[in-house]
Design a protein around this ligand. Structure first.
Ligand code: HEM
Length: 120
């Protein structure tokens, strides 16, 4: 919320206005990203994500205080799922990556998979 009248990017913002950052659009902006809508995790190997244009945890003093915990536990959980189980899709259809509606950006078509504990 704006604590006083101010100007952001040329727009006059009166005091007490709630301002939301459209991270969805920033994360897909072709002016910021090369081949913006492609899934390319390798783009972060060069440190491209450090430039304050990737903000899954928000930014600034109201950014997510759980970011460090989340980043550590997500890789631990994912690594454990891959290490401990064999995974298979339930059918041969290509995974549909379309986005559904909602704040947490669910998949439009849920991915169904089967897992089996690895033997060794
Ligand atoms: C993948 C996991 C997570 C994601 C993507 C995420 C993302 C976010 C985002 C985008 C915000 C809003 C930041 C803003 O207003 O600019 C937020 C706020 C917050 N998150 Fe997370 N978060 C995650 C995990 C966690 C965890 C594990 C905790 C606590 C253990 C946590 C606690 C909080 C709290 C308390 C806030 C409110 C901060 C405030 O308003 O000052 N989050 N998070």
């Amino acid at each position: 919320m704006a604590s006083e009248d101010c100007t952001i990017g040329g727009y006059e913002v009166p005091s007490k206005t709630i301002v939301l950052v459209n991270a969805w659009a920033i994360h897909r902006d072709p002016k910021l990203w090369d081949d913006a809508t492609s899934f390319k995790p390798e783009r972060f190997e060069s440190g491209e994500g450090d430039a304050h244009k990737l903000m899954p945890f928000g930014i600034g003093r109201r950014a997510c205080p759980g970011a460090g915990l989340a980043q550590r536990t997500i890789s631990l959980a994912l690594g454990s799922l891959i290490q401990c189980f064999e995974w298979k899709k339930v059918d041969e259809a290509e995974v549909d990556m379309a986005e559904g509606n909602g704040v947490t950006m669910p998949k439009a078509v849920p991915l169904e998979a089967m897992c089996r504990a690895r033997q060794s």
